[in-house]
Structure formats: C-alpha cells, structure tokens
Ligand binder design. Structure first.
Ligand code: RRO
Length: 315
C-alpha cells in the first residue's frame, strides 16, 4: 500500500520529504554517523560557515530554560577553507538522498559575498541559507542583519550575483514588522525564506544573579519558540508568495503540520535532536500518520486546505 506522498518540490529541488535538520544541530552531517539514518531525512542545513575558523563562545554554551533551551555557541565552525577541504568531500561521498544547504554567516556584506562565491565552485550541496539572524554575534552590538531590511537586501543581492543555486534568507523572530525585510529579500532575488532563528534570551543563576551562559545572553529555542515561529510563518506568508521553511520548536509530526498549515513548504527540526537525535524520523512518521488520518494523498494538500479555509494566498 502506498501512503500519503511526502515529496516536496521547490526552488527546482526535489526533497523526499519536507523535514530538514536545522543549522547548528547536525554539524556537517558526519557528526550524526551511527546516531541517525541521515538518508531518511528530507535534507539538512550545515552549521553556519564563516570566512575564518571560529572556536566559539566560552562555556557553558547551552542552558535549560523550562521546556526550552538557550544557546550561545558563538558560530563555532572550522571556517571556509576547512569546509571546502574536509566537510564537503565527506558530504559528497556519504549523503545521497537528503538535500544539503550550506549556511553562511558574515560580519559584513563582503564576507557573505566571498563565502557564497568561493563555496559555489564546490559540489555536494544544492543551495545556500544566508544566516541573517544569529542572536549571538557581537556585530553592531548584537543587532542581526535581518533587523535591517536594506542590509539584508544587500546581502541577498550579493549572494544572488554569485550563485545560480537556491538562496534562502534566514530571518529573525524579533522584528516589529516582517514586511520590509521580506520585501527586501524578495526583491534582491531570494528563492525562499527560513522563518525563524532563535529568540534573544537571558538565563540568570538566582543565587548569584550571574548569567548561566558563558557569553551572557543567547538564543531561545525548543517548544516555547513554536508559537512564535508559527505566527512568524503565518505573517510572512501574508506578504510574499516565496516558499517558506518553518523552524522553531518542532518535536512531533503535528508540530510540522502546524507550520505547513501556516504556509511553510518545508519544516526544520532543531533543538529536538539534542534530546533525541532521531527526533526528525519521528516527525516524518507523525506527519505521514496525520496525512493518512486526514485522508490526504499528499502533504502539500495541508497547505491547500488552509488556503481554502482562510482565503489567503499560498506560495
Ligand atoms: O552559533 C550560535 O551561537 C548560533 C547561531 Br550562528 C544562530 O544562528 N542561532 C543560534 O541560536 N545560535
């Protein structure tokens, strides 16, 4: 018996299912060897790559916050050259079915441009995710690119000039209005938007009043971020027809269903993988089960059903 079709086609790329591992939670794929059948997921996004290697922020880098988590990893990654020399060759050899996106993060527009230009000469991945929204970067006193529509548009435009591959722009949740940054990214040539990064947060040790994270503040993820992410997808959906990738607090198939109903075409699983590295597989199973119980032939019908109900445009 054939079950509901989970396949997703967007940006000219076919995903075997719409469940993608989020940047920062799966390294460069190799880290999951022996832990998760990577070949079963729809795709993954690498840890953000910077021009120079970065050792990251002082420990502790993770703190629990109720059912959520706050991180300040500080962009730890081996840098552009090592990614070209070591990480992409492993992906080329070992990753066959998942579609891989490389996340890039610059301190300047020029760094983003250089990262995309140099990586574009390499094989092993289908597209770029531009990290415009790291909450743990000290650039401009912590304000992410995504808080500035003009700068965001410039980053996307420079990337667009340097690659024919799909370019996703990853937005921040904490902007007063998504419309200006969405418009800027779309006009500059983004193929899709990833919605959203973690939410700036602070956890203190009650007896001392000191921050629990070595770097001070960080980014909140996990279940408390889900309604924030779902609302962000819904809002962004109202101002663009671009494909959206929903992320934030996805633990179960029904969490993914919420994002798809809000207008996302793909969902990313992030923090859930820390507690259970096989979380993404549970999400895929749960999504399949929900589609079956609703009598759907294809996961895409979830978005169409919602469009009918709300009368709002769907990309
Ligand atoms: O590395 C990090 O601290 C980090 C990044 Br680049 C990001 O985009 N989001 C996040 O929560 N942490």
């Amino acid at each position: 018996m054939s079950g509901p079709r989970l396949r997703a086609e967007l940006f000219g790329v076919t995903f075997q299912n719409p469940v993608v591992l989020a940047s920062g939670t799966c390294g460069f794929g190799r880290e999951l060897t022996g832990v998760l059948d990577l070949e079963a997921v729809g795709g993954f996004v690498t840890k953000s790559v910077t021009v120079e290697p970065r050792s990251g922020n002082p420990p502790p880098r993770l703190a629990e916050a109720g059912p959520g988590m706050v991180n300040s990893v500080g962009l730890a990654n081996p840098g552009l050259e090592a990614v070209k020399r070591e990480k992409l060759p492993w992906i080329r050899e070992h990753v066959h079915r998942p579609r891989v996106f490389v996340s890039v993060a610059g301190h300047t527009v020029e760094e983003f441009e250089r990262l995309v230009a140099e990586l574009d000469g390499e094989e092993g991945f289908v597209g770029f995710e531009l990290n415009l929204s790291c909450p743990n970067d000290d650039r401009l006193g912590g304000a992410p690119f995504a808080a500035d529509p003009d700068l965001s548009g410039e980053v996307v435009g420079r990337a667009r000039e340097r690659t024919g591959r799909p370019v996703l722009a990853k937005l921040a949740p904490n902007v007063p209005d998504f419309a200006p940054v969405v418009r800027a990214a779309e006009e500059a040539g983004a193929d899709g938007l990833t919605v959203v990064n973690t939410l700036p947060a602070l956890v203190l040790d009650p007896p001392t009043g000191r921050p629990l994270l070595g770097a001070g503040s960080g980014g909140l993820s996990g279940p408390p971020l889900k309604p924030v992410g779902v609302q962000a997808v819904s809002r962004v959906r109202e101002c663009t027809g671009l494909p959206l990738v929903g992320v934030g607090g996805v633990l179960s198939g029904d969490d993914a269903v919420e994002y798809l109903r809000a207008g996302a075409s793909l969902v990313q699983v992030g923090t859930a993988s820390f507690a259970d590295p096989r979380a993404a597989l549970r999400v895929i199973q749960g999504l399949r089960r929900r589609c079956r119980s609703l009598g759907l032939e294809s996961v895409e019908e979830l978005r169409d059903l919602t469009a009918l109900r709300t009368g709002s445009p769907r990309g």
